[in-house]
Design a protein around this ligand. Sequence first.
Ligand code: AMP
Length: 193
Amino acid sequence: MDLIPKAFVLYNQPLSQGDNMKLDQFIRDIPDFPKPGIVFKDITPLLANPLAFSSAIDSFVNYYRNGHLDIVLGIESRGFLFAAPLSDRLHKPLIPIRKKGKLPFDTHSTNYTLEYGEDSIEVHSDAIKPGQRVLIVDDLLATGGTMAAATRLAEQAGGEIAGIATLVELTALRGRQRLRGYDIFTQIKIKRI
Ligand code: AMP
């Protein structure tokens, strides 16, 4: 009998981009969710497949392992799913960016415009020290509005943006253009939305 579980062997293999599984097959389209006209990109099939999920985390680790960064910031809520294992693997502090009113201590706050109306996101005022290099993580980059707000928030708190990472990028929505000047790493680029 094999004494070392396969998942353990895979997890500990040397990492390289070429080992990345075809992850796009694990993203499910849900038309008209949460409202008519939106095709929701559902990442739960990827989360439910341990090999696909660990392949995604491996690719993030591989990309950032030699980079100079001090903190991993995760955007509520699906960003937490990727930011948490990444901070653990990189041995860097994990800092949550949350919707208004959720964080218990003093906060920095930034407003941003949604399709209808405004929202704000917050980070604890003592979470980022001036000059610290932050990696910001979310599940998906669409128009880039959420990520642009997160970069403003991190910079307002004194951080420098070391990188932006999302699992999925909806390229047609041109989020990248809105985030010019930052290093952006996304794994699954979807042209059709
Ligand atoms: P945006 O601010 O337009 O870049 O939108 C990115 C944020 O909204 C991310 O936190 C995503 O989780 C969510 N989001 C936007 N569009 C979609 C979509 N089509 N499917 C799933 N999540 C989305």
